[in-house]
Design a protein around this ligand. Structure first.
Ligand code: SF4
Length: 75
């Protein structure tokens, strides 16, 4: 199953990922960084399984993230 991986600690809260998909992303009111909705956290890294249909849009968010902290893996 494909996955989005978010290295949240380095997020600068620019909102680009939210603009690509508010279904998956939102800006936290607590610290201004983005949250990957519904993701599981492991040592500050957030991982969310997605469907194959969501891969392309997620890759666009990954490509446009200015600090390159979003990865999309297909396995
Ligand atoms: S695009 Fe990147 S830096 Fe900007 S809010 Fe999303 S994860 Fe954070």
């Amino acid at each position: 199953m494909p996955k989005i991986i978010h290295f949240r600690n380095n997020c600068i809260g620019c909102n680009v990922c939210v603009e690509h998909s508010s279904q998956h992303w939102e800006i936290s009111r607590e610290d201004g960084k983005s949250n990957l909705k519904g993701a599981e956290q492991k040592k500050g890294i957030y991982i969310l399984s997605i469907s194959a249909l969501e891969v392309e849009k997620s890759k666009q968010a990954a490509n446009d993230c200015p600090v390159k902290i979003i990865q999309v893996v297909e396995d």
